[in-house]
Design a protein around this ligand. Structure first.
Ligand SMILES: Nc1ncnc2c1ncn2[C@@H]1O[C@H](COP(=O)(O)OP(=O)(O)OP(=O)(O)O)[C@@H](O)[C@H]1O
Ligand SMILES: [Mg+2]
Length: 404
């Protein structure tokens, strides 16, 4: 039987909606996508529900028309600069009358791990299992079927500000959608842009958007940690308004057309025309000057992410390097800049999907929305995954492996 999943993501720059169909056998077909300019969103958090609802309704209506489907429920990708990971450990005794650990034991230990005190202004939006430990033996992905007396789970609880999350749910409801689950947006980004091997051996994903940069680490086929900072493409554009003395819109369009993340790779002879505004004369500046504004800000954002990874003791676990996604990953030469900062292999990532896919869905900006539907599918198959001993990627992305 086919399943329809609707994913929504409210970003600082734009609201994105994806509608997909999952066919029998796991193949995922994108049926519709929609995007609308955000208003009332600051650093990924909704501050004006009326405006956010209007943008969501517009993006939803475009996606519904393309898909020829009326959406009733939606899975929420939760982003914003308040995403953090709290570590927790659950412990349970395996009943003596059981020969081996079963899914009930797993549910119990995960429930125990979630029963921790979190800050009152925060809410758990997602959780990640780093490893199970059976009778002191760690590094276990799936303990079901193993013999043992004591089961432990090392879990990361992903938290977001309670108000921000409530506002996201309310916005969806006011747009006529019933929220049917949620996941950290960076989890979806990983599902959308990583290869199974990368997710298995260890990799960082950095989603550099407009108002926030979210960072996550994937290992053994799963998200194990996530965090965020409140700086991204918007900070770059604001720096350009100051450096060039131009309004935001002009700085933004100059960034998109002529921006570069590495000043030394821009030829000294390249010039850019800056339109005159408010009675000022038009001027011509070296394109390298634009890069001299862009590079330090992007470098600072990357260093902040690197520091977060270092503090979480994960920097040395990124065996496959780093993948950058989100709209700001389109900046020319962002890869060599990131390689310099992280001293690791870096690539940019866009959602990789089978068949004929609307071009909008294959952009880095859409990784979170496409990721939301993949995370919805993952959630739906979670029980099968636990029982089948397959890794997440092999179950959800069978078609993806074939394609690669
Ligand atoms: N070609 C480009 N070069 C540089 N920056 C770009 C380019 N295209 C888009 N961007 C930047 O990408 C950002 C928008 O990306 P995205 O849609 O991923 O953000 P968002 O998800 O809405 O916001 P956030 O994740 O911060 O809440 C904007 O700041 C925009 O300037
Ligand atoms: Mg984003």
């Amino acid at each position: 039987m086919q399943e329809i999943y609707v994913g929504i993501y409210v970003g600082t720059h734009s609201v994105k909606v994806a509608i997909v169909e999952e066919r029998l056998g796991g193949e995922i077909i994108v049926r519709g996508v929609g995007e609308a300019k955000s208003d009332g969103v600051v650093r990924g958090n909704i501050v004006d529900i009326d405006k956010a609802e209007k943008a969501l309704s517009s993006a939803l209506s475009d996606a519904e028309k393309m898909a020829d489907i009326q959406a009733r429920e939606a899975f929420l990708a939760v982003g914003g600069d308040g995403i953090r990971t709290l570590s927790s450990r659950g412990i349970t005794a395996v009943p003596k009358d059981k020969d081996s650990i079963d899914s009930t034991c797993v549910s119990e230990v995960l429930q125990a791990a979630r029963a921790v005190v979190i800050p009152s202004e925060a809410v758990i939006i997602d959780s990640v299992v780093r490893e199970f430990v059976v009778d002191g033996q760690g590094g276990i992905n799936d303990p079901v079927g193993m013999a043992g007396a004591r089961l432990e789970a090392d879990v990361g609880l992903l938290i977001a500000p309670r108000n921000a999350f409530n506002n996201l749910e309310r916005t969806a409801e006011r747009a006529g959608l019933v929220p049917n689950g949620q996941a950290a947006a960076i989890r979806g980004c990983g599902l959308a842009v990583l290869t199974p091997d990368e997710a298995e051996i260890g990799i960082g994903v950095m989603d550099i958007g407009c108002g926030t940069t979210e960072v996550g680490v994937f290992r053994r086929g799963n998200l194990i940690w996530a965090s965020s900072i409140g700086y991204a493409g918007d900070s770059v554009t604001k720096d350009m308004t100051v450096g060039l003395s131009v309004p935001y819109e002009i700085a933004e369009s100059l960034k998109l057309e002529f921006g570069c993340a590495l000043q030394n790779s821009v030829d000294m002879s390249e010039m850019v025309n800056i339109p005159g505004v408010s009675g000022r004369k038009a001027q011509s500046v070296e394109r390298r000057f634009l890069a001299q504004i862009i590079e330090p800000r992007l470098e600072e954002i990357m260093i902040m992410c690197k520091d977060l990874l270092f503090e979480a003791d994960l920097l040395n676990k990124l065996t496959a390097g780093v993948v950058i996604t989100g709209g700001s990953s389109l900046t020319e030469d962002i890869v060599p800049l990131a390689e310099k900062v992280f001293n690791l292999p870096v690539r940019t990532g866009v959602p990789s999907l089978p068949g004929e896919v609307p071009s909008l869905a294959c952009t880095p900006q859409f990784a979170s929305a496409i990721g939301a539907v993949l995370a919805a599918s993952e959630r739906c198959h979670r029980a099968d995954i636990l029982e089948s001993n397959d890794s997440l990627w092999s179950k959800i992305r069978k078609w993806f492996v074939k394609k690669i």
